[in-house]
Every structure is written in C-alpha cells, then in structure tokens.
Design a protein around this ligand. Structure first.
Ligand code: SMG
Ligand code: MG
Length: 373
C-alpha cells in the first residue's frame, strides 16, 4: 500500500474560443482548480469542475481550494494509506463539497492506476474505444447566429446538438433549429430556469421531437419535475438535481426524469459516477456524460466514463477545439464521424503540457504530508 506524500493545488485560466451563455450567466474564460497528488508510487491529476461563481452548484473555485487545502488534504494525509478506497472513506467526514472531493479522488485514482499500469477506461469496464460526441451550444445573440453555429458543429461531425434555453429564448429558437434540421438528435437544457407555471412552454417544445429536456425546474424540486414529466411525451433528464446515487434513485422512483446526465464532478468523483451508472443500467435508464467545459484533464476522465456500457446517448464530450485554441493537454480531436478516442494510457492517460501549465497557472500551493496534521 502506498503512502500520500504531497498534494498541490493549481489555479488555471484559459480563454474560451467563444463566450458560453446559459440561463445563469456568461463565461468567457475557463477558470478552475487542478489537483496534483504525489504518493510514494506515482503522481496523479484531477480537475475540479467548479467555476468562479456558485451558480451551477453551490461550489466555487475559492471555496473548493479551501475545502481541499484545509479538510480533504489533511484527511488524505492522515489516512492509513493513499488508496482511493481509503480516501473515499476518509472524506465521508466532510459534508457536501462533491466537486472538491471529486478533484482529489480522481487525482488519487489516476495515481493508483498509473502505478498499476491500468487505464481508467479498463478499470471502469468500458466496452468501446471510441465514443459518440455531442455539443452543447450556449444561448446565442440571435436565431441566425444560433443556426450558423449549429451548421458549423454538424459539419464538424457532432452527432447530437444541445441548445441552452431560458425563458423568452426558447420555443422559437428550438423550432427554428428543428425546421432547419428535421432529423438530428436535438435536446435542450434550461439549467433550472423555469417553474411549473411555464408548463405551456414545455408543451410547445414537446411536439418538436426532442431527445430530452434537461433540468427544466429548480435543482431541489424532484416532485415538480415528476409532475412536469407526467405532462410531457418528451423525456426529462436531470443534471443539477443529481448529486449522488441516492438522488438518482429517488428521481427515478419518483418519475422525475427518464434519463440521467452523469457528471463525475457533480456527484463527488468517478467512484460515485460509476455507482450512478450501475444503478441506472440496472433499471434500464439511459445515461450520458455531461460536461463542465473541462480542460483536457477532466475531458480524459469524461471520455473513459462515456465508454461504459450504460452510456448509450451521445454526451457533452466535445473536442478541445470547441473550447480552447490551445488546451492544457495534447488536444482531443473529433473524427469526421463524430466520435472521439478514449485514452488508453495508464490512469487518465493524459498530463498537462509543461509549457501550457507555465502559461495558464495563476496560483499554486504545495502541501506536504506532515505540514498540516
Ligand atoms: O462541457 O461542453 C461542455 C458544456 C456542457 O452545457 C454544458 N454544461 O448544464 O450541462 C450543463 C452545462 C453546465 C456548465 S455551464 C458553465
Ligand atoms: Mg445541464
């Protein structure tokens, strides 16, 4: 059993190729926390999917930094060994903070798998070496601009288009895209911007042959989601509402959705994501891999997850070029058939490029075992 030696926090910033607007705001840069762990056997990397502001979830970069520095790192250093299983148990003493936990657990898992020469995809029981990719399109300034973006992404090969919507920028936009592309896999994501009084909006969208409607209502409101699902033929999918396998089970038992978006960061890391996957697969519920505009570090994890047997729908696993001119890692590229290769090297299979780290890191803090116990 290996021992924990050090954990390093790095804050990185990369400009996005185009601003990304959702119902809760616009981002122009990817700013996130990376975690690098060292054991006496190997090094591992994890990416925290929190953003600058607590809008998608209650977590945010500065909070995640402190949660990791002051609680998770000491818990890991104080545990009997450096393993993933031991760390997961040690982190049970810290309530909430799933994105912070995920970053550390994923880095620990990467180190563990790197030491044993196993790829993350193999460890997860992935059954394919390429995954079918979709793209999530932010709220565009105009319908024309949206249609142009859709055309561009379809020409690049993306096999499912997801449109961000918000009240007032919804039915007409979705109908325009559907009219232009009658046969594509098309979905919408409201990021919890509506309430049940908006049911007519969803009834209007219901006839457009969507693959799903993602997170229409408040993130804590499973009961209202179940009421809305009962009114619609289109499947609802939950994202923000699902923070654990317990949430996923509750949502499915209540009929609050028929599809689950799995984001490993939102549920506290790869091990819990696997449990959500397994629970959904056992019930025959389709899942797909969500995205949080990750750099190549988080993207590698998403691709491995998306290659598991229950991930039957194209996810928000897009190519590096959809986000960045120059990713932190070697770029992930979309093949013309709309698929991307799953990393095969040990662990997550990628590392940040040293030159890109030098250019993108704005702050770092190294904590050694023994510093804080
Ligand atoms: O990674 O391509 C991506 C973004 C996918 O739409 C996406 N993510 O609610 O699913 C979602 C959003 C959350 C991120 S908004 C900053
Ligand atoms: Mg979403």
């Amino acid at each position: 059993m290996s021992r924990a030696r050090a954990l390093e926090l790095l804050h990185v910033e990369l400009p996005l190729v185009r601003p990304f607007r959702t119902s809760f705001g616009e981002v122009t840069h990817k700013r996130c926390v990376l975690v690098r762990v060292e054991t006496d056997a190997a090094e591992g990397w994890g990416e925290c999917v929190a953003d600058e502001r607590p809008d998608f979830s209650g977590e945010f970069n500065e909070g995640a930094w402190l949660a990791i520095r002051d609680f998770l790192a000491p818990a890991w250093f104080g545990a009997a060994d450096a393993s993933l299983a031991t760390a997961e148990r040690a982190f049970e003493g810290v309530r909430g903070n799933p994105m912070a936990k995920a970053a550390v657990l994923d880095a620990i898992l990467d180190a563990e798998l790197a030491a044993s020469g196993t790829s993350l995809a193999a460890w997860l029981g992935a059954d394919r070496d390429r995954v079918v990719c979709g793209v999530s399109i932010g709220i565009a300034p105009t319908t024309e601009a949206l249609l142009e973006q859709v055309d561009g992404y379809l020409a690049a090969g993306y096999r499912r288009i997801k449109l961000k919507i918000e009240p007032g920028t919804d039915v007409d936009r979705v109908r325009a895209v559907r009219d232009a592309h009658p046969d594509i896999l098309l979905s919408v994501d409201a990021n919890a911007a509506y309430d049940l009084a908006d049911a007519d909006t969803f009834r209007a969208i219901d006839g457009l042959g969507l693959l799903m409607i993602e997170q229409p209502l408040h993130h804590e409101d499973l009961v209202r989601h179940a009421e809305l699902q009962a009114l619609l033929a289109t499947d609802l999918c939950l994202d923000e509402s699902i923070r654990s396998v317990a949430d996923a089970t509750a949502a499915l038992e209540l009929g609050a959705c028929r599809i689950v978006n799995i984001k490993q960061g939102r549920v506290g890391g790869v091990p819990e994501a696997r449990r959500v996957h397994d629970a959904c697969l056992a019930r025959g519920t389709p899942v797909w891999c969500g995205g949080m505009l990750e750099t190549g570090i988080g993207r590698a994890v998403n691709l491995a997850l998306a290659a598991m047997p229950g991930f039957t729908l194209p996810g928000d696993t897009s190519a590096s070029a959809r986000y960045f001119d120059d990713d932190l890692t070697e770029p992930f590229e979309l093949a013309p058939d709309g698929t991307m290769a799953v990393p095969t090297e040990p662990g997550i299979g990628v590392r940040p490029r040293p030159d890109r780290l030098r250019a993108c890191v704005s702050r770092r803090e190294l904590i050694r075992a023994g510093d804080k116990e």
